[in-house]
Design a protein around this ligand. Structure first.
Ligand code: SF4
Ligand code: SF4
Length: 96
């Protein structure tokens, strides 16, 4: 099972739609299990409920035009922060 992987990627920072690439097919709107997307009468897709995203990656995989980018929540930033803490601790240790 891939529960470990999904648990490690269950936080999303933002969902980006490249409107130039999007052909307004509505697949993301139809298939997102959490109804994160909406489209208007012209088919323009918006992301009104990004906080409901469970990071299943379905939209990113199904979008025929690769117009959707899921941005994970600050894993890099968190790692950098942890790295900074570690560095600070090292610096403190070096100074002591
Ligand atoms: S699946 Fe992709 S191309 Fe289709 S409406 Fe959504 S973002 Fe646009
Ligand atoms: S990753 Fe899943 S829950 Fe999140 S917006 Fe895409 S289809 Fe919806």
């Amino acid at each position: 099972m891939s529960t470990k992987a999904s648990q490690s990627r269950n936080r999303i920072d933002s969902i980006l739609i490249n409107q130039e690439w999007c052909k307004r097919c509505g697949i993301c709107v139809a298939f997102c299990p959490k109804h994160v997307f909406e489209d208007d009468e012209e088919g323009t897709v918006s992301v009104p409920r990004p906080e409901d995203c469970i990071y299943c990656e379905l939209c990113e995989r199904l979008c025929p035009d690769l117009a959707i980018t899921l941005v994970p929540q600050a894993q890099d930033a968190q790692a950098q922060e942890e790295g900074a803490h570690a560095k600070t601790a090292q610096d403190a240790g070096a100074q002591a």
